[in-house]
Design a protein around this ligand. Structure first.
Ligand SMILES: [Zn+2]
Length: 418
């Protein structure tokens, strides 16, 4: 049985292999003596409610205690360190990482950034192999090994010659998140190869068994198991090649498509030994126009460099960076459109009087986001005296604010809240 120590419940472990009660992986817990299970899925008369949900107590029959060897995974994540500490470590990391030519080409050609901007923004590449060497060099720049403790992204791995520090995450472009005092408080990675997913509709079930080599056109492929009306097949699917099945009378039966999943990920190590989660609180990214950056001292808010009475808000770090350069305004990149409460205190500290929301054009027309915008306006009305505007444009002019300004256009700004 594979277990993960629960920091919130001393003496208790999350069951990472199959729970002896419900048979599922994860979420259920077992005590130190392996005699009691708190199952989350199979009810019993003896239960209690916790922040995770209702936990049902089950007592294991000592004769039926799992015969498999018990293995405690040393997953002992620690609390995230304060921002000033994260900044110190992440700035040491910046010195040790570079930007690959593959990633520089993407930023130049697809994102239309100049080499000067790419340099001053400090984008980096999360490399594939030999990450422990980088962690080691970062430690050399700091005081000691314990400086990496509680810094999201770093964690301790057990090796043949003992434990060592290394870095989590898939390879890709790393975008730094800056606070209003220019502290680097986190990173998002735009991963090169997002995890593959199956998109399925109709009477079909499926799972990805294994990713295969790309085909001759460079498309990703995977070996998948599919179940169609009790028949199990193994098939090779190619990315974006949607399989559709209709009956003879032209009725839809099923469709299946291999797709790329999420592209942007937090650089975090909360599920790893001595790692830390990016949350509590999750970072926002404050972006200044790139010409201001060399003059922006760490620990200082930038009111002397730029007027902060109006701040623009968008989603994601790159859009904020590009928006700031195109509009010559301070921008905040939220980790998600609904995360506006994160930026209340920073905006107050900047002396902001007017907030302009600049979300993607396709996003603004969906009902959920309309609701989010309503809640956001309500939140600002209740908690601040700032006015709130919405930046709008037609989707034919570009999806995000960066696409719009790349096309040489600027948005129309209309007041939502005085
Ligand atoms: Zn269970």
């Amino acid at each position: 049985m594979k277990l993960r120590r629960l920091r919130s419940q001393p003496g208790w472990y999350e069951i990472m292999s199959h729970c002896p009660i419900c048979g599922h992986k994860g979420w259920c817990a077992i005590d130190h003596e392996q005699s009691t299970v708190h199952c989350m899925r199979v009810p019993s008369d003896d239960y209690f409610d916790s922040h995770m949900g209702r936990q049902y107590r089950h007592y294991l029959d000592p004769d039926k205690v799992p015969k498999t060897k018990i293995e405690v995974l040393l997953v002992d994540s620690v609390d995230k360190k304060p921002d000033y500490h994260l900044n110190r470590v992440y700035r040491a990391l910046i010195q040790e990482l570079s930007l690959s030519s593959f990633h520089a080409d993407h930023l130049r050609n697809t994102r239309k950034l100049t080499d000067d901007v790419i340099g001053v923004r400090q984008y980096r590449t999360m490399p594939g192999p030999d990450r422990y060497k980088i962690a080691k060099s970062v430690i050399h720049r700091l005081n000691d090994q314990s400086d990496l403790l509680g810094v999201p992204g770093f964690f301790v791995k057990e090796g043949r010659y003992g434990p060592y520090w290394t870095m989590a995450g898939a390879s890709g472009i790393m975008f730094p998140f800056r606070s209003i005092t220019n502290e680097i408080t986190g990173w998002q990675i735009r991963v090169d190869d997002p995890p593959l997913e199956l998109s399925i509709e109709g009477v079909i079930k499926g799972e990805i068994l294994q990713e295969l080599e790309r085909n001759e056109l460079g498309k990703r492929r995977a070996l998948c198991k599919v179940v169609i009306q009790d028949k199990t097949l193994e098939v090779i699917l190619t990315e974006k090649d949607k399989k559709l099945c209709y009956s003879k009378s032209n009725q839809f039966i099923f469709s299946i498509e291999l797709k790329q999943g999420q592209r942007y990920w937090w650089w975090s190590s909360g599920s790893k030994n001595n790692g830390a989660s990016i949350g509590g609180p999750i970072p926002y990214h404050f972006a200044l126009p790139s010409p201001c950056l060399p003059y922006w001292k760490v620990g200082e808010t930038p009111e002397t460099l730029i007027d902060c009475s109006e701040v623009w808000v968008t989603e994601g770090p790159l859009k904020a960076d590009k928006g700031a350069d195109a509009m010559l305004k301070p921008f905040i990149g939220l980790p998600g459109a609904g995360a506006y409460s994160l930026i209340l205190e920073p905006l107050k500290q900047l002396g902001c009087k007017h907030v302009v929301l600049a979300f993607d054009a396709d996003v603004v027309t969906t009902p959920e986001v309309e609701r989010t915008l309503g809640l956001c306006a309500e939140f600002f009305a209740e908690n601040t005296d700032m006015s709130l505007s919405l930046a709008m444009w037609d989707i034919s002019q570009g999806k995000g604010i960066d696409d719009l300004t790349d096309n040489g256009l600027i948005p129309q700004v209309s007041l939502m809240l005085e």
